[in-house]
Design a binder for this molecule. Structure first.
Ligand SMILES: [Mg+2]
Length: 261
């Protein structure tokens, strides 16, 4: 989950500023956490406290009303009604990493990913994006190879993961759907050599950089057995006390040894 947060922070300054290269300052001037991190921590808090996802998403919106949310989410969260709005936006995938870490079977991860998405993103593509991301994290945690992760995601979710990053980079534009974000984020991970290159790959696509890097970073953390200490420390430093506190508690509980990765 710290990999997802680091990805969000690193990508935050490139969301509306495509760079199309992996060569950029990792924590550039002005970078900071956005809705991706807020929602990730909200889900982590929900899992740690055993409370429902809707309540925590609404609670965290009240803490951070200006974190860059989408319009549909803002309408939902500000309304007393809690019915989902059939979204297939990438919000369900950007917030799901804690689910991939906290549950101990693939079935449970898939069920919880669906539950965490369905409170807002109950469109089949919204659920699929969350499930594919969480499943990739779970499989990576379990020691699956990149080929195994690729094959599972292609077979179960029918995402096409065959196009090389170099080719995607040519045409990729801002796309805030799950189906226009999750496959590309997974490919960014598949072509990486370590956590840092995974996040750099994601940002290099352009488009919704913080969300791409958040999804990629969450998977890379699981696959590479943690996030390098310098990146972890910088990401924690850029959170506030509340977000940092929940992140540390979650990581201590579900990713033991994370600070020495
Ligand atoms: Mg964002």
């Amino acid at each position: 989950m710290i990999g997802a947060i680091a990805g969000d922070i690193i990508g935050s300054v490139y969301e509306f500023n495509d760079i199309k290269t992996t060569d950029f300052p990792l924590f550039g001037p002005g970078c900071g956490f956005t809705d991706d991190s807020v929602h990730t921590v909200a889900l982590a808090d929900s899992i740690l406290s055993g409370t429902d996802y809707t309540g925590k998403l609404k609670e965290y919106y009240a803490y951070y009303p200006h974190a860059g949310y989408g319009g549909m989410f803002r309408r939902w969260v500000s309304s007393p009604k809690t019915a989902p709005y059939n979204s297939f936006g990438n919000g369900s995938a950007m917030r799901v990493s804690p689910v991939g870490y906290a549950f101990s079977t693939l079935d449970e991860v898939l069920r919880q990913a669906e539950a965490s998405a369905a409170v807002t993103h109950n469109h089949p593509e919204g659920i699929k994006g969350a499930q594919a991301t969480a499943a990739a994290i779970f499989l990576a945690r379990q020691g699956a190879s990149k080929d195994e992760i690729r094959e599972y995601v292609e077979n179960v979710f029918a995402y096409d993961l065959s196009e090389p990053l170099e080719s995607i980079r040519e045409w990729y534009r801002f796309d805030e759907t799950c189906q226009g974000t999750v496959p590309q984020a997974i490919i960014a991970f598949l072509e990486s050599e370590d956590c840092e290159s995974a996040v750099r790959n994601a940002v290099s696509l352009g488009g919704d950089s913080d969300t791409l890097a958040c999804i990629t970073g969450g998977i890379a953390q699981a696959f590479y057995g943690g996030v390098p200490k310098d990146i972890t420390e910088k990401a924690l430093e850029l959170l506030d006390d509340r977000l940092r506190g929940i992140t540390v508690t979650f990581m201590d509980r579900f990713c033991p040894g994370w600070l020495t990765a």
